[in-house]
Write a protein that binds this ligand. Structure first.
Ligand code: AP5
Length: 188
């Protein structure tokens, strides 16, 4: 099964992908986690992208595509994957479509987790207090949301227009949302 998770910052993509990874026995690939790992390890890429991430902007398409290709080549991705946080703009979506065509691995589902903005801000503020993630400050969150509306929402519209988008209500308890996702995906 090959799935992409679309949704605004704080919509629960990472939380749900982690749970579904175990359920379906496929890889959870988060481009945000890959980038944060590069920053934490102080790799040349990590040093380049840290400031961009701290401002809540998107890292360059080429840098993210490079990381994604490396990750998809790892054995656990052979059985399928949930991609969380990619594609993030229309150019990434086009590059991703090309990559999947090259690999002969078509996408099974594009899932959009819908959460009202006030709740997104509340969830991220709560994580900021608990974990202190570098890009969870109020100012950066505003920018991440603006970037989402300008660059990622068109990807959601693209899949909706193609009749390929599964919309899932992302409000409620984590397990309740997980059940909604499983029902949506079990139709595949
Ligand atoms: P990324 O790591 O992808 O962050 P994001 O999309 O902003 O998403 P979040 O991690 O904030 O939210 P999420 O939807 O995963 O929700 P989560 O489950 O964590 O990207 C970070 C940065 O990396 C970007 O700004 C960019 O710079 C760069 N980047 C990444 N991908 C890129 C790409 N493709 N191209 C270019 N740049 C890229 O949940 C949020 C919180 O809410 C958690 O604390 C969670 O515990 C809680 N929560 C979840 N569900 C519930 C619930 N049902 N009820 C209550 N709390 C909940």
């Amino acid at each position: 099964m090959r799935i992409i998770f679309l949704g605004a910052p704080g919509s629960g993509k990472g939380t749900q992908a982690q749970l579904l990874r175990a359920h379906y026995g496929i890889a959870h690939i988060s481009t945000g986690d890959l980038l944060r790992a590069a920053v934490a390890a102080g790799t040349p890429l990590g040093l380049e992208v840290k400031a961009v991430m701290d401002r809540g902007e998107l890292v360059s398409d080429a840098q993210v595509l490079g990381l994604l290709k490396e990750r998809l080549a790892q054995p656990d991705a052979a059985r399928g994957f949930i991609l969380d946080g990619y594609p993030r703009n229309l150019a990434q979506n086009a590059a991703f479509a090309e990559l999947l065509a090259e690999l002969g691995q078509p996408l099974d589902a594009a899932v959009y987790i819908e959460v009202p903005e006030a709740l997104l801000v509340e969830r991220i503020a709560s994580r900021a207090r608990a974990e202190g993630r570098a890009d969870d400050s109020p100012e950066t969150v505003r920018n991440r949301l603006a970037v989402y509306h300008a660059q990622t929402a068109p990807v959601v519209e693209h899949y909706a227009a193609a009749g390929r988008l599964k919309r899932v209500d992302g409000v409620g308890e984590i397990n309740e949302i997980l059940d909604r996702l499983k029902s949506a995906l079990d139709d595949e």
